[in-house]
Design a protein around this ligand. Structure first.
Ligand code: ATP
Ligand code: MG
Length: 388
């Protein structure tokens, strides 16, 4: 198959990882007439439950990967910590996007920061701490700061806030003296993110810039409408996201997360080499969703610029909502929420609700940003989500 060939509906496509992102990609792929394969060891994984094929092995299992290569015309990933070597192995016999090399950079905060610097996009003042010497050499200018493990962090896990040099030494000890990045604590006004999709030919499209609210290190609310951010910030975020994707020669969907500082300036936080929680609104508010973009980039289908056809707010539905009434889980009153106009419920098929676990999301659409906000606040009140 030559690089320009399009893999048309009817073919079989695969995803490494069986979480909710894989599930929503599977659902979109199937809606467009593809057959799907999920590789994930968990027999009840959200994506495995809805896929035509489910290979139940670990990400490094030679037989599992061989089976995937036999079944699929192209493979993507939905889980950030899939070993890059597994992607490289699959790439020997079929199309894999994003490439192992790009995923490897996103898996390592130190490599990721170095990439941002190479692309000329602003990053938080930081230092890599992998040795006692590097720990001792940290400049006091970086304090107070946040010590983050270089690898395997998500949803605020693997992070410790530190005030003093003594705190920092203790925190590094507690994180097991693994390679870390210390970032200066910045005065955030808010956070935003951009999702770009880049094809094999280097063409690029993007979703509108998302304005995000995090609570306890986890995304809580995403708001997207014309004017959700000052035009200069939107422009800067889009330009930076595109140069980060170009710099990686990236193929696939890439999310770039930013901090907006109180002085209005923008700093890149991190990237996710896959669809992202902050892009879920695109399922109901855009004419092309982030999952369709993922499908189009991996198959070589044309990329058309998505259009936001409704102002929207996404509320993340965490497992905490099941425990609003006490220790025993109680299913939230979905019927009451769905009585509100423009509410689109997405649940991931996870059986056990746990605090902090992403169980689903609610996309609210409507005629105006004000109407959407009023409905989203009503839904939040019903569900026990704090107002925003
Ligand atoms: P994700 O699930 O988005 O991958 P993560 O665990 O990788 O999360 P970060 O995105 O690095 O973590 O940080 C989580 C949140 O903590 C950020 O969204 C932000 O609210 C806050 N935060 C992180 N770094 C800083 C900083 N340098 N200054 C101020 N706040 C920060
Ligand atoms: Mg983050």
């Amino acid at each position: 198959m030559s690089a320009g060939d399009v893999i048309l509906p009817g073919a079989t496509l695969g995803v490494l990882g069986g979480g909710q992102l894989g599930r929503m990609w599977v659902q979109k792929a199937q809606a467009m007439g593809y057959f799907t394969v999920v590789l994930d060891a968990d027999p009840t994984s959200p994506a495995g439950l809805v896929s035509h094929h489910h290979i139940r092995t670990g990400y490094e299992d030679a037989q599992g990967l061989a089976e995937m290569a036999r079944l699929c015309a192209a493979v993507t990933t939905e889980f950030e910590n899939v070993p890059a070597a597994s992607l490289d192995l699959l790439a020997q016999s079929l199309r894999v996007s994003p490439a192992g090399g790009a995923v490897a950079i996103a898996q390592d905060r130190a490599a990721e920061k170095a990439h941002f610097v190479r692309c000329g996009v602003p990053v938080a003042p930081h230092a890599v701490i992998a040795t006692p010497e590097e720990l001792a050499a940290v400049s006091a200018d970086l304090l107070p700061g946040i010590l983050k493990t270089a690898r395997m962090g998500y949803d605020g896990k693997g992070q410790v806030r530190v005030q003093t040099a003594a705190d920092l030494a203790g925190a590094w000890e507690r994180l097991g003296r693994v390679p870390c990045v210390l970032e200066k604590m910045l005065p955030l006004a808010h956070e935003c993110s951009v999702i770009v999709a880049r094809g094999r030919d280097g063409s690029m499209v993007h979703l509108p810039v998302q304005r995000n609210l995090h609570r306890d290190g986890i995304l809580a609310v995403t708001e997207v409408f014309e004017g959700n951010l000052p035009a200069a910030q939107t422009h800067q975020a889009l330009t930076a996201a595109k140069s980060v994707a170009d710099g990686l020669n990236y193929v696939g969907v890439l999310c770039v997360e930013f901090f907006v500082l109180q002085d209005g300036s923008l700093v890149v936080n991190e990237i996710a080499p896959r669809p992202h929680n902050s892009g879920h609104y695109s399922q109901d508010a855009c004419d092309v969703s982030q999952f369709e973009l993922q499908l189009r980039t991996m198959t070589g289908l044309p990329l058309v610029q998505p259009r936001l056809h409704s102002p929207t707010i996404m509320l993340n539905l965490l497992g905490d909502l099941w425990f609003a009434q006490g220790d025993q889980p109680v299913t939230p009153d979905w019927a009451q929420v769905l009585a509100l106009p423009g509410c689109h419920l997405h649940l991931y098929g996870k059986r056990d609700a746990k605090p902090g676990r992403k169980m689903g999301h609610l996309n609210v659409t409507g005629a105006t940003p004000e109407a959407v906000r009023a409905t989203a606040l009503q839904a939040a009140a019903i569900l026990g989500i704090a107002p925003f």
